[in-house]
Design a protein around this ligand. Structure first.
Ligand code: ADP
Length: 357
């Protein structure tokens, strides 16, 4: 039997790559082989196919059929384009020196934290929702606002697609699920609505999601931002006082460069940085527990030190994280006693320590 190598895996996946009009090197960003377990990352970059899950099923099937393979773990990511830059960006002035009206708090909401990332597909939404659930399980009352109006994913992550929020006295009532109060533009739109919004619409929609929702009393509102530094981020920092921002990044250099930009944007407007989280930090073999650094582990920790920001923790690339997201049951809730839930809980504790509750 031939030894199972990275080349064997890549060769076997060539037909899948070619069917997507790409080279296999372009499509498969990382391969890890531990014993008979293969983990790989498919990176669709800015060209995700219509049915990414079909691709994953094909890839898993092909890998499992290779000699010497017991298990295949496939994670897909796509570098969704960052939100468009504002056409006429209002000048980002340091906090306190702006002529724009000062941000005003949302009544009843003690803390607002923003979760951002430099680019899409780094696992920002997955991280935001698991942390929100962890905060809630630590006894805080938590709301989640999916402000990623270009690609709202919270309804899917929480298994509430198709739920229509009610309204009362001119305010939208957030949907209550898994102990959280949740609002997403994705709950207001029909599934196949194309979201082609321009700057002013984006700003208006974001403003409404902040001010027209009856959040009630919350210890913390977690805002899941679109990737990059665009209109939503601008509106947020202008409209409401943020307790702080969290940046999620994979260890890859490119993501880190983008993440640094995101962090600098918050610094420039005087938003405190709560810290940086490294996601897809390393791959743990599901059978033997062996750890391999398929993305070059530790980049975000180094960047955090370099930037004088706190490093909040590292989350491994693991099937249970992806499976939980896909099934609408995030891992912190689906497997509360798992190692992965413990990592999110630990990060949530660090964040809670920085809140004013
Ligand atoms: P973003 O919000 O940055 O665009 P998502 O949270 O939608 O990213 O995650 C992109 C994909 O990566 C999803 O399929 C998600 O399930 C998966 N994913 C995120 N974090 C992990 C992880 N730590 N391990 C495995 N899969 C992950």
């Amino acid at each position: 039997m031939d030894k199972l190598t990275k080349d064997t895996v890549l060769n076997a996946l060539k037909p899948v790559a070619h069917a997507l009009a790409r080279t296999v090197e372009d499509l498969v960003s990382s391969v890890a082989i531990e014993g008979g377990n293969v983990g790989l990352v498919i990176d669709f970059k800015d060209r995700p196919p219509q049915n990414p899950d079909d691709v994953r099923i094909d890839v898993e099937e092909i890998i499992k059929n290779l000699d010497g393979v017991f298990e295949a773990s496939v994670v897909m990511t796509a570098a969704r384009a960052a939100a468009p830059k504002p056409a006429n960006p209002p000048e980002m002035k340091p906090a306190g020196k702006s002529e724009i009206p000062a941000p005003s708090p949302i009544e009843g909401v003690k803390n607002i934290i923003a979760v951002g990332s430099g680019k899409g597909g780094v696992g920002k939404s997955t991280t935001a929702i698991n942390i929100a659930i962890a905060l809630s399980e630590q006894g805080l009352s938590v709301g989640v606002l999916d402000a990623d109006i270009f690609g709202p994913s919270l309804p899917k992550l929480l298994g509430i697609e198709g739920t229509k929020p009610q309204s009362k006295d001119g305010k939208i009532i957030p949907v209550e699920v898994m102990g959280l109060k949740v609002m997403s533009i994705g709950l207001m739109l029909a599934n196949d609505d194309p979201i082609i919004w321009r700057g002013p619409q984006v700003m208006r929609a974001t403003g409404q999601l902040l001010s027209d929702v009856a959040w009630g009393t919350l210890d913390v509102l977690v805002v899941d931002l679109p990737p990059g530094t665009g209109d939503v981020q601008l509106t947020l920092v202008q409209k409401v006082p943020l307790t702080g921002a969290i940046i999620v990044s994979t260890p890859q250099d490119l993501a880190l460069i983008d993440a640094r930009k995101g962090l600098q944007m918050f610094r420039k407007v005087g938003t405190p940085i709560i810290g940086i989280i490294e996601n897809m930090s390393f791959f743990t073999c599901p059978k033997c527990g062996e750890q391999s650094d398929i993305f070059g582990h530790g980049g975000a920790r180094d960047a955090a030190i370099d930037l004088g920001a706190d490093f909040l923790g590292e989350i491994p690339l693991h099937m249970s994280v992806r499976a939980g997201s896909d099934a609408g049951n995030p891992v912190v809730r689906a497997a509360p006693l798992s190692k992965h839930a413990a990592i999110y809980n630990d990060i949530a504790e660090k964040i809670a320590g920085k809140l004013d509750v």
